[in-house]
Every structure is written in structure tokens, then in C-alpha cells.
Design a protein around this ligand. Structure first.
Ligand code: HEM
Length: 451
């Protein structure tokens, strides 16, 4: 399959005439890490998304697809409180329950000497957590013997299909009207996308009809579809698409960050030992269950999490903003109001002026920066910035801290038939992909830590 955008092609294109390039007739790209906050601004500085660009994802009526700040605020405020730091802290037990399941997989793999596919395990975990939190259902990925290798098919479908439907919007209507059995044969990824969307719509409809999940605490979608919510917000399409963006956003990005970290930690024994020693302070035994808040205090683990987020990139594609009433000033340039302006997150996250030797996974860079009083976190744009930043970032952080702590404190692993090639960012389909297939890391479990 042809790649959507080759990373190196994009790098060369923007490097040639940096830092400001008109990348399409309607969009200006500014490659300057210090200018990011101007484009992705918050507060009173009005920023909109582009209606044509968001339409490619077919998530009508959702917070993600809102164009104006007013519409966005109304939709997002409904969801936001469930992803505050406090709310995520309150649902930590859900993450722990799924870590326990992953743990059992790794212990069985140790006994059977079979290789485990870590990326599928991590995507299974993030998907099971968000399904339970948002819908109160067990999506059961971690109950499969080999995890659920197909868990990411729907997401792949969305990103790959979104690119085509951006240029040919009519194709969305065609794909929706095709019988499922035909669609399965034509494109298994778009088929998986339609199945997951139909499931989410079905669940949302049931909640809107008054069904109770009997889950404690009540799942987010049950709360926001409740009869006590304002009627104009209780619309099936918008709510289903909000639920679908949670499920989509909550799976692949965090799983990829976990996979990149796992690859580096398995490959580097010194790093693993250093982290394990630090973890012993809050995990006296391998089975200890530290809290996210305890783990966040650990400087080396924090460095590992930051490097995982930085080098996994998050969203690879450009996501422009429009300042509808403000002319943006960049050096000698005045960008007229209404222009799409973007900056690719990857360029900031690997800017050698800010992160020397940018492709090295180096948790210590965070400790060195802190000792010098440097604020590298200002350039951590993987969750974007401003009013349209990531809704689920606290959940992503909690999962990263809790899963990586258990992974390193409890197991030793060796890579199995996996090289840098399988984790490299070569193709951009919304999130980064290697040359072929998904980001994949396979490993054998060589030790279960006893003390
Ligand atoms: C490492 C993990 C993650 C990364 C790197 C990430 C990255 C991002 C980015 C860059 C955006 C802005 C997209 C844009 O410009 O349109 C975004 C938005 C969003 N993310 Fe995440 N995300 C992550 C995890 C999550 C999780 C766990 C959830 C689920 C709860 C989630 C749900 C969303 C939603 C719903 C939006 C749309 C927010 C809005 O427009 O108001 N993300 N994410």
C-alpha cells in the first residue's frame, strides 16, 4: 500500500525552505518549536478546526469534530470532568485489574517459553480499560489467549480510509451502504471500522433509551446520555461519535508509547536495572500496587514516560488550526485571518535544538534538564496544546506509569524476531506506522522477578 506521507519526504520538504512553508494552497506550516503555542493557543485567542479536514473522520457532532470554539466547549465540557486528574485517580483500580490480566499472560509465556506480542497486549489493555470506563463493557481483548490481534483494525481503517475520503467524500456514503459481507471482502479494515462503530452506536442508543449498565461507578456514556442531561445534547449521532472518539483515541496512541518504551527497556539492561532499583522504593515486592501519584514522584520513571511519549509521536499528521479573526505574525510574515496554520508535532518532539541527539531514548535528559532548571516539558506537544488538546491525557499518563512500573518491576524479557525496523516511524496514517504492518514488538519472558 502506498504510504500516506513518508516521514522522510515531509522532513525534507519542510527542511528545504524552513521555517515557513505553504504546504497546500490553503495551509501554512511553520517549523519553529517556539511558535507552537501561537498556533495551538488557548483562552481568549479564538482557534477553529477546518470543517473539510474534520469531515474525513466521519465523527459528526462529536467534540473532536467541532469547528467553532462555542460548539467545542459545549460538547467537550460534558466529557472533560471524567478525564480530570481526580477522576482518573478514582478509576485506577480498573487499570490495575487489566495489568493483573496482562501479568498472567506474561507468567504463562514464561512457563511455556512462547513469545508474546507486546504491542497487541498493550493495545488490548488500553482498549479494555477505555471500553469499561466509557461503556461499562468488557471488550475482552485480554481474555484472548493471544490477546486480540485485530483490536487495532478499526483504528487502522479509520486513518487509512479517512485519507481517501478526504479527497473523495462520496466514498463514505458508498462504504456505509455496502452489505457487511461485501465490505469484509473489499477491505477488512474498513469492515472492522464499521463493526466497531455500529457496536458503539448500539450501546449509546441503549443508554439513551434508559438502559442501565449496573456498573459501579456508572460508565461515562451512561451518565452523559442520562435523562437529566439537556435535551439538545442527547443526540444519538453526536454522542455515539463522542464515544467512538474515546475508544479510538484511548487505544492506539497510548499502546504505541508503551510499546516503544518496552522495546527500549528490553534492549537496554542498564536502563532496566536503574528503573527497577528506583521502583523498589514504592514497590517493595514485585506484586506491590503503587498509586499513579506515587509513581509520578519517581524522576527516572518520569523520564522513561516522557521519552516514550516523545519518541512515539502520538498523532503523526498535521492538525491545522484557523485563527478566524486574528492575523498571526511570524517574523516578517503576516498570516491573514482564516488561514489554516499547522506545525507537525514530530518536528517539535525531535527538534535537536531542544532535545540534543533527538532520536536517542534517553530518560536522563529529563534529570539533566531539571538540574539545570530547563523546562523541556514546554515542548512536549504530543497531546497538542490549547483548547483542542487531548481530552484523555491524564488517562494516558496513568496507564503509562502504572503499566511500565509493573512491567519492569516484575519481568525480564528478550526481544524475539524484532528489530528497530518494526518500531520505526516510516509511514504517516494519522499515527506513525513502520514500513509494513503495525508497530510490533515480540519478546520472550526470560525471568519473573521474585523479590
Ligand atoms: C499517548 C496517548 C495519547 C496521545 C499522544 C494523544 C494525542 C492527542 C492529540 C495530539 C490530540 C489533538 C488532535 C487534534 O489536533 O485534533 C488528541 C485529541 C483527543 N484525544 Fe488523545 N491522545 C492520547 C491518548 C488519549 C486517550 C487515552 C484518550 C481517551 C480517553 C484520548 C481521547 C482524545 C479525544 C476525545 C480527543 C479530541 C479532544 C477535543 O477535540 O476536544 N486520547 N489526542
Amino acid at each position: 500500500m502506498a504510504s500516506r506521507t513518508s516521514r522522510s519526504k515531509a522532513e525534507h520538504a519542510t527542511a528545504a525552505i524552513r521555517p515557513i512553508v505553504r504546504v497546500t494552497p490553503h495551509e501554512v506550516h511553520i517549523k519553529d518549536s517556539n511558535y507552537y503555542d501561537e498556533i495551538y493557543a488557548s483562552g481568549k485567542r479564538r482557534r477553529e478546526k477546518d470543517a473539510i479536514l474534520v469531515a474525513q473522520f466521519d465523527l459528526k457532532g462529536s467534540a473532536f469534530s467541532s469547528v467553532t470554539p462555542e460548539e467545542h466547549r459545549q460538547k467537550r465540557s460534558n466529557l472533560e470532568k471524567h478525564f480530570s486528574k481526580q477522576s482518573v485517580t478514582n478509576m485506577e483500580h480498573l487499570i490495575h485489574e487489566n495489568i493483573d490480566k496482562l501479568d498472567q499472560h506474561f507468567k504463562r509465556a514464561y512457563e511455556s517459553h512462547k513469545a508474546v506480542t507486546l504491542d497487541a497486549g498493550f493495545a488490548g489493555l488500553t482498549s479494555d480499560v477505555i471500553h469499561k470506563y466509557a461503556y461499562g463493557i468488557n471488550s475482552g481483548n485480554l481474555d484472548h489467549e493471544e490477546f486480540n490481534e485485530k483490536v487495532r483494525d478499526g483504528i487502522n481503517g479509520l486513518f487509512k480510509f479517512g485519507h481517501i475520503s478526504y479527497f473523495f467524500p462520496i466514498i463514505q456514503t458508498v462504504m456505509k451502504s455496502l452489505p457487511l459481507e461485501w465490505l469484509e471482502k473489499i477491505d477488512p479494515f474498513v469492515y472492522a471500522l464499521r463493526i466497531s462503530k455500529e457496536n458503539v452506536t448500539h450501546q449509546t442508543k441503549e443508554f439513551l433509551g434508559g438502559k442501565s449498565s449496573n456498573s459501579k461507578p456508572r460508565p461515562i456514556m451512561e451518565i452523559i446520555t442520562g435523562s437529566d442531561m439537556p435535551e439538545h445534547l442527547r443526540q444519538l449521532e453526536g454522542l455515539s461519535n463522542d464515544g467512538f472518539s474515546l475508544v479510538l483515541g484511548g487505544t492506539e496512541t497510548t499502546a504505541r508509547a508503551l510499546t516503544i518504551a518496552a522495546f527500549r527497556l528490553i534492549s537496554n539492561e542498564n536502563m532496566r536495572k536503574k528503573l527497577r532499583e528506583e521502583l523498589r522504593t514504592v514497590m517493595p515486592t514485585p506484586d506491590s500496587r503503587p498509586t499513579w501519584s506515587q509513581l509520578e514522584q519517581l524522576p527516572y520513571l518520569s523520564g522513561v514516560v516522557s521519552e516514550a511519549l516523545r519518541l512515539s509521536t502520538g498523532i503523526a499528521s498535521r492538525s491545522p488550526r484557523i485563527a478566524p479573526t486574528e492575523a498571526l505574525l511570524y517574523k516578517d510574515y503576516t498570516i491573514p485571518p482564516g488561514t489554516r496554520v499547522s506545525q507537525t508535532n514530530y518536528f517539535v518532539l525531535t527538534d535537536p535544538e531542544i532535545f540534543p541527539d533527538p532520536h536517542a531514548f534517553d530518560p536522563d535528559r529529563w534529570l539533566r534538564a531539571a538540574a539545570k532548571g530547563e523546562r523541556l516539558d514546554r515542548f512536549m506537544v504530543q497531546f497538542s496544546k490549547g483548547t483542542r488538546n487531548c481530552l484523555g491525557m491524564n488517562l494516558a499518563y496513568a496507564e503509562l506509569f502504572l503499566v511500565l512500573a509493573a512491567f519492569v518491576r516484575r519481568f525480564d524479557m528478550e526481544l524475539f524476531e524484532t528489530t528497530e525496523k518494526q518500531i520505526a516511524f516510516v509511514r504517516d496514517f494519522g499515527t506513525p506506522y513502520p514500513d509494513e504492518g503495525n508497530t510490533t514488538v515480540r519478546a520472550t519472558v526470560t525471568g519473573v522477578i521474585k523479590e
